[in-house]
Design a binder for this molecule. Structure first.
Ligand code: ADP
Ligand code: MG
Length: 696
């Protein structure tokens, strides 16, 4: 039987080559398979007819039944539009078409009854509907009255491709694919009572009942998550077994001297546990790839240092890479003050390191006398070579792409152990799906004595009050951050608001020195300003998000974030982590305006209700989807899910994960005949995509 993946969509009745091209371009639909996997994003109850008087600003897609009472063409040329009034006795709504005006005027008859299907929008204080679908009341409905709403694009709508058209194509394709080939073996579907693919496709597009729709969703989500994880795990399992690594069995002088003579405090329980986990990895003889998650301020740097010391004790070198120059310098200073006293040679390499120093670093790296190298992506350059690099730490993982990371661990003939640290906690479901079997360690505890930051949402009318709170902190000798958003596409405007803010603050607090930094500054200038603040000479730092990562000024107890609605949740959490680093009560004030969407308000309320980075990250994922969370996605690896949702389907992620484990435990290379479907599917899904196992 010919696979649905092989039948071109242009052969479907009513499609043809032109529309096939459009579908490919707009929705990536090229084959019967693609079309059948173009799922409704939601369902509306087709048995429900709204009254126009009921429509409110929360109304999504609705159906209304009534008559056109007038139709007139307004405007000229590009601004020409057809405006009709549609009335159902309870009220009247304006209906607008910008295209196909002539055709529409000829088709629809004033006074005749129609059902309109569309999304009411508020425009100039009244509701209208732009390009609704128009049907006669007798148009078919499904037995339950549920009808899917399909993802569409502006282009498709403009070319007259309607929801109904899409639905009909899919029904035609379904009726022609009488026996949809099963894509999961029975030994996977049976234990979970999953319905067949054919049945699932039928029900997802034309549900006979809500419970059958649920079964269809479960089956399709499971399949999607199953293959993603099968692909990752099949590769990582074989890689993990194949990549030999250093065996760091010794705990030697560096570690012990530091631990017993230098360590200024005792480790938290969480730090101890995580170090144990990492140590265990370093002794297996396989290369370690571990993700270390820990909320801002949880003490990841110290964990990294202790692990690097173990690497030194076993005769190798170590390096730590940070995403910005400021953060790299700060790491360097911290590590230097901790490690230099016990005779460790540690140096900083960034884009602005002078030639003479650079030369020293290169030669010391080559002869092995440099123990720890701290730096930015300057470390990735090919001329940076080590005598024997055994341990790599990458901080703030989401800033680096996969390919960049891979370059680091190619620097040695034996692949060094890799510890990736992130303060943006990746929710478990996401980590599991994206990283498969990558090991994850979590520091879920803050050092003792920290008081949770108090976060408040304030509006323009509270501004004087906010400045008074700020004044109180300054008077007590504390320091403050004032943060402005980077406005995308309009850096001038962003800079202006920063400069205005700086002026205002200087005027209100004439007795305090104010420093300011932004991304467009020269590094030297930036360093100077940062230093003013870090050394306590300046009491206030006015900044754009350049301060987001790493800056450590424990005396700073208040942060004001302007236009907080412009920041992502994880970003807000990162920023907030800059205060609350000392023993004093700290405050984070989110400034916003009252004109907010519901989503924005929810976002900001997450911040005021919790200090827990994991809850923030989960909420972020729910509100925004996973698109932005992880470096692998930023670096351009498409990670599209058609139906599953990592935020809400964590149970299915787990089911799929367990099923994959079971399959691979008994047949790691999928050679058994009962797994031939799996092999064929994997090939057809992934033959063009990137090898995920390279992710560290
Ligand atoms: P992050 O996880 O955000 O990188 P850091 O490693 O910068 O956190 O640690 C934040 C602060 O907490 C640092 O000033 C560090 O010295 C301090 N710290 C780390 N571990 C402990 C501990 N066990 N007890 C007390 N303070 C600690
Ligand atoms: Mg840190």
């Amino acid at each position: 039987m010919k696979s649905l993946r092989d039948i071109d969509i242009k052969y479907l009745k009513g499609v043809g080559p032109k529309r096939a091209e459009l579908l490919a371009k707009e929705l990536d639909i090229r084959t019967y398979h693609d079309l059948l996997h173009h799922f409704p994003t939601r369902y509306i109850d087709r048995s429900r007819i709204y009254r126009i008087a009921e429509i409110s600003s929360d109304t999504a897609y609705v159906q209304i039944k009534g008559r056109f009472v007038s139709m007139a063409v307004n405007g000229e040329g590009a601004k020409m539009r057809l405006v009709a009034l549609f009335s159902d006795g309870s009220g009247t709504i304006e209906v607008v078409w910008f295209r196909r005006i002539k055709e529409i005027r000829q088709t629809y008859i004033a006074g005749k009854e129609y059902v309109l299907f569309g999304k009411p929008e508020l425009f100039n204080g009244r509701f209208n509907m732009v390009h609704p679908e128009v049907e006669s009341p007798s148009a078919t409905v499904t037995p339950t009255g549920m009808r899917g709403v399909y993802p569409m694009t502006e282009q498709l709508r403009n070319r007259g491709i309607t929801q109904r058209q899409m639905f009909q194509w899919i029904q035609t394709a379904l009726s022609q694919s009488t026996a949809v080939a099963e894509t999961l073996p029975a030994h996977v579907t049976k234990p979970l009572s999953l319905i067949s693919l054919g049945e699932a496709l039928k029900q997802i597009h034309l549900p006979e009942s809500p419970s059958l729709l649920n079964k269809a969703r479960l089956r399709l989500k499971f399949e999607e998550l199953f293959y993603i994880q099968l692909n990752i795990q099949k590769n990582t399992r074989s890689k993990h077994n194949a990549t030999p690594g250093f065996r760091f069995n010794r705990i030697g002088e560096y570690f012990n001297r530091f631990y017993f003579e230098q360590l200024p405090f005792s480790l938290t329980k969480a730090q101890q546990r995580v170090i144990k986990e990492i140590r265990a990895d370093m002794c297996t003889g396989k290369q370690m790839n571990r993700l270390l998650q820990g909320d801002v301020g949880s003490g990841k740097t110290l964990v990294a240092l202790l692990c690097m010391l173990i690497a030194l004790d076993n005769g190798t070198q170590a390096c730590i890479m940070a995403p910005t120059e400021i953060l790299a310098s700060q790491h360097f200073e911290t590590l230097y003050s901790l490690a230099a006293p016990i005779g460790i040679n540690i140096k900083l390499l960034t884009g602005s390191t002078k030639k003479a120093e650079r030369d020293t670093i290169h030669s010391q790296l080559d002869n092995g006398s440099l123990h720890i190298l701290v730096g930015t992506h300057a470390l990735l350059e090919d001329n940076v070579t080590f005598k024997n690099l055994g341990f790599v730490v990458i901080d703030e993982q989401h800033r680096f792409g996969v390919a960049q990371r891979a370059r680091l661990w190619k620097k040695n003939s034996v692949a060094p152990h890799v510890l990736v640290m992130t303060a943006t906690p990746i929710p478990r479901t996401l980590a599991m799906t994206v990283y498969g079997n990558l090991s994850v360690s979590v520091i879920d505890q803050l050092p003792p004595g920290r008081k949770p930051v108090t976060t408040q949402l304030c509006f323009d009318e509270n501004r004087q009050e906010v400045y008074r709170s700020l004044g109180r902190q300054l008077k007590q000798g504390r320091q403050a951050y004032i943060v402005y958003p980077l406005i995308q596409d309009n850096e001038k405007l962003a800079l202006k608001s920063l400069e205005d803010g700086y002026q205002t603050i200087c005027e209100i607090f004439p007795n305090y020195r104010v420093a300011y930094v932004h991304g467009k500054m020269k590094p030297a200038e930036k360093d100077y300003q940062m230093h003013l603040f870090a050394s306590g000479k300046a009491s206030i730092l006015v900044a754009t998000t350049v301060i987001e990562v790493g800056v450590n000024v424990p005396n700073a107890t208040i942060m004001i974030i302007e236009n907080a609605e412009r920041f992502g949740l994880s970003q807000l959490h990162q920023l907030r982590g800059r205060v609350g680093r000392g023993a004093d009560q700290s405050y984070c004030i989110l400034m916003s305006n009252r004109k907010q969407t519901k989503e924005t308000r929810q976002r900001l309320e997450v911040m005021t209700s919790t200090n827990d980075g994991f809850i923030v990250a989960e909420a972020d994922l729910k509100l925004r989807g996973p698109g932005d969370l992880d470096g692998t996605m930023q670096s351009g690896i498409a990670f599209d899910l058609r139906i599953a949702n990592l935020a809400t389907d964590s149970q299915i992620v787990q089911l799929a994960h367990d099923a994959v484990d079971k399959v691979l435990d008994s047949d790691p290379s999928l050679t058994n005949s009962e797994n031939s479907i799996l092999r064929i599917q994997l090939e057809s899904i992934y033959n063009k995509t990137v090898d995920w196992s390279k992710i560290s």
